[in-house]
Design a protein around this ligand. Sequence first.
Ligand code: LLP
Length: 420
Amino acid sequence: MAKEFHTRDGKLYCEDVAAEALVAAHGTPLYVYSRAAILERYREFDGAFAPLDRLIAYSVKANGNLSLLRLLARGGAGADIVSGGELHRACLAGVPPERIVFSGVGKTVAELAAALEAGIYGFNVESEGELRALAELGAALGKPAPVALRINPDIESPTPHHYTRTGHLTTKFGIPSEDALRLYELAASTPGLRVRGIDVHIGSQILEVEPYRQALLHVLVLVDELRARGIALEYLDLGGGFGVSYDDGGAAPVAADFAEALVPHLAVSGLKLVLEPGRYLVASAGLLLTRVLYVKEMGGKRFVITDAGMNDLLRPSHYAGYHHVEPVQRHGGRPVVRSDVVGPICETGDFLALDRALEAAREGELLAIRTVGAYGFSMASTYNARPRPAEVLVEGGSVRLIRRRETYDDLIRGEAELLD
Ligand code: LLP
């Protein structure tokens, strides 16, 4: 977990600001990010691949807050986008279009056109239909679309939940290798297209290096076959998915481990490397502060009911994701009690932690949920008509509100004016 979150005199801090002070100013639930932690992760990741010509395209879906995107863009990152909305965010935040790659199985023609007009670096194409749509657009706009085919390598991608495995032919992702040569030849001979790269992404929260090496070797065979047919590529995109430690077990590989296994093969290929890390850069840089509303005991269980729920942080209920929970103020000497930390949403599936050994929490006190910088706010919803939380960015002793808390008016915007 990021060292920028630490305890001083029994109180939790983000950099030099007490979590309690953040809550006093901004309320709960509150997403808190450490600027230093994000930049450090980015520099570490980018630095590990420094021997190569590279583009670190931050995966916007992990956390698309404009201020975080701007921070990473100023640090040199590009963006991996999956929608017109993410293109809009990335451009607004100042990510140069030539550092943007566009992934996803279901890009609409309008989204493809917007990205082509913006002048992005590459489209990671996932079907023959998408390739043909791009060819038409490229011809119509007089601007050949830069394409890479996303190859489905059909390999094992060990992730904690099957929802985040994408490297098998039984998932919806990518193009089977046996179709790749035919489609590359089609692309190379189509005026509206410009063959630029090759892409593979095998899943998310991967804690092993070997699947990446396998995926890389798999696409390098195709690169050679293409070269033999006179089709030269400029970049190889190995996707994202680099895992992080959620329980502080220290088992997660670091960027240098991935680089050690991959760089030698890539250096020989002479291709520019594109990577699409999301979680790796921002997960540990974020926490969620929430207040205990009530504590009750029932059916032999202790329920700690917080003002954050599954609409604010979906990962525990959707993926059985583990997030460390701790009191913001340590009292010492309190008993540790097994508790379910649950939200206010009207579903039994609404929980942040189940059967967790916790310092006995009291009503009114604050808890911190760790490692939520990725897929926390970005998956938040307004379910149960709950305004989404505020987000703050801490830099040393200063705090910046980077997204104000939603209001009830925000919730009904788009409806109220249509009442009859
Ligand atoms: N590139 C592509 C094509 C992707 O589909 C993804 C994630 C990434 C890059 C970034 O993956 P990362 O480096 O962040 O693992 N909501 C889930 C994760 C879904 C990932 C979807 N695709 C979760 O909370 O675990």
